[in-house]
Design a protein around this ligand. Structure first.
Ligand SMILES: Nc1ncnc2c1ncn2[C@@H]1O[C@H](COP(=O)(O)OP(=O)(O)OP(=O)(O)O)[C@@H](O)[C@H]1O
Ligand SMILES: [Mg+2]
Length: 503
């Protein structure tokens, strides 16, 4: 069943394969809930790993982690294996690296994955503005904060660095407006409030050092299998905006950092975005355009992106048009929107004269799908009703203990676990503020010392020297009177020495 350079997906009237040479032309897996999307993702991820292609998958429901464990023999799996003609069906575990965006929130002793972090500067003002939901004017101020940090050589690592620089922008508004453009106090205040909200959502954890080295997603095992990177994303499902921005950041990182490779024999990395509708729902136009652009261009870096979602209409047309390899599980067609989705899904396939595509979409059984993959010259294959092969790894999640053990034994364990704090913007600005305060205190002291020496000149002794209690009371009560007297006498003496400058 296995063929070199291809991943066996399942069986229609013939075996169905995904061609590794065309796997960077992206893909789409859709279907109603419970129809087999995650298992299809699992089957594909296993195939890529076996072919030496590293994989990244966001595990929104927590049911993908079983891919790290050997599957348990079950009758329905053996039957499925026989039905699809998989004669060499074996159960095995796959090399998995777990990642976690919110490692701090885990109960003591529980590890869900290596913490993923990035710095505020790597995230950049564009994505950060999306994350903070800033308007155009506020985004302008954020840009100024980034430029100020760059011009004054301050690292923007974590959110406290950003907060410090934003505060500084507010304090120096007049000066910076001349240099960089308008800084409005209202915008500074708005950004500060949005930062608070973001911190409350736990984003503190995500920003800082050590930042993720994207090459750690691209590792293979010593025996040449691709690592499957699974991101614990259950909590992320609750903050879709953070999820969307995080995934987009990852894509952008890959795009920026990987070299052009054209069309390689097999992808350098494959991404699976489960619950992809979270990426597109309510995304502002600029963000959608960026997703569309990165999807289009990242192919030449050898990265394949597979969107997984319930409704094919969730994916905007401009993105959908670029997804060449398609697995369509069953859709229901009760509501008008569902009926529309069925029609739309059917129309994206290259028709098969033996199939009523629209009707079949509604009839498909669990673990069965309409499949069309890209062929030799990049043309889509004729759509086929396909029974998807069973996975070799476990269907469903790992136990907490299994997962913690795997994280502890990972070759990456220790690299990201402890936060580092180098001297960055917040420290630099705090130090500066301290120095300024010290300088101010010094000047004040100097002024007082000078005044007291003038008092000596005028009254023959210092105000503190050998006073009785009565004298002290008089001194305190008349301090300001004395001060102005001293100033007047001082000015009179200076005038008598240097003459008036008025004339
Ligand atoms: N290819 C397959 N081989 C064997 N069993 C399968 C296959 N695909 C799906 N199943 C069975 O169907 C169940 C549901 O599949 P799966 O979890 O992939 O659905 P889903 O579409 O991801 O659902 P949801 O939208 O709720 O996430 C699996 O737990 C498994 O028992
Ligand atoms: Mg699923």
């Amino acid at each position: 069943m296995q063929q070199d350079g291809k991943i066996f997906i399942g069986k229609s009237s013939k075996p169905e394969y995904l061609d590794l040479k065309l796997a960077n032309r992206h893909g789409l897996i859709t279907g109603a809930t419970g129809t087999g999307k995650t298992v299809t993702l699992q089957v594909l991820a296993e195939g890529f790993s076996d072919a030496g292609v590293p994989v990244f998958a966001a595990d929104i429901k927590g049911d993908l982690s079983g891919i790290a464990a050997k599957g348990e023999p079950k009758d329905f799996l053996d039957k499925r294996a026989a039905d699809v003609g998989l004669t060499d069906y074996e159960q095995k575990a796959f090399p998995v690296v777990f990642w976690d965006l919110n490692a701090k929130d885990n109960p003591p002793g529980v590890l869900e994955g290596h913490p993923i972090r990035t710095t505020v500067s790597e995230m950049g003002p564009l994505l950060l503005a999306r994350l903070l939901e800033l308007n155009e004017v506020q985004e302008g101020v954020l840009n100024i904060a980034f430029r100020l940090a760059a011009d004054e050589a301050m690292h923007l690592d974590d959110l406290s660095d950003l907060r410090a620089v934003i505060n500084s922008v507010g304090q120096r508004a007049a000066e910076l407006t001349t240099k960089y453009g308008n800084v409005s106090a209202a915008s500074v205040g708005a950004i500060q409030r949005r930062l608070l909200v973001l911190e409350e959502q736990g984003a503190n954890e995500f920003f800082g050092m050590p930042a993720l080295d994207i090459r750690d997603f691209m590792r293979t095992t010593p025996d040449g299998r691709g690592n499957i990177n699974v991101l614990a994303a259950e909590k992320l499902g609750k903050s879709p905006r953070v999820y969307a921005v995080f995934l987009l950041w990852l894509m952008t990182q890959l795009f920026d950092k990987l070299p052009e490779v054209g069309d390689p024999d097999k992808p350098k990395l494959v991404f699976f975005f489960d619950e992809a509708h979270l990426l597109f729902d309510e995304a502002p136009k600029a963000l959608l355009e960026q997703i569309e652009r990165v999807t289009r261009l990242i192919r030449s870096k050898g990265v394949g992106i597979y969107y997984v979602t319930q409704n094919p209409l969730d994916v905007p047309d401009t993105v959908s048009a670029q997804l060449g390899n398609r697995v369509q599980h069953a859709l229901r067609a009760f509501s008008p929107r569902e009926q529309k989705a069925v029609k739309a899904a059917a129309s994206t396939f290259r028709p098969n004269p033996d199939l009523d595509t629209e009707r079949v979409i509604m009839e498909l059984k669990v673990g069965e799908a309409l499949v069309s993959t890209l062929q030799d010259k990049g043309e889509p294959s004729i759509v086929q009703r396909t029974l998807i092969r069973p996975p070799s790894s476990r269907i469903g999640p790992l136990t907490t203990e299994e997962r913690t053990r795997l994280v502890e034994n990972s070759p990456l364990f220790g690299k990201y676990e402890n936060r580092q704090d180098r001297e960055s913007a917040s420290e630099i600005l705090a130090k500066k503020a301290e120095q300024e305060a010290a300088e101010k205190a010094r000047l004040e002291q100097e002024k007082q010392a000078q005044e007291s020496s003038w008092t000596k000149v005028i009254f023959g002794r210092g105000p503190r020297g050998g006073m009785s209690v009565g004298e002290q009371v008089v001194r305190d009560a008349s301090r300001s009177v004395m001060r102005s007297m001293v100033t007047q006498v001082k000015n009179a003496i200076l005038k008598s020495i240097f003459g008036s400058r008025r004339r």
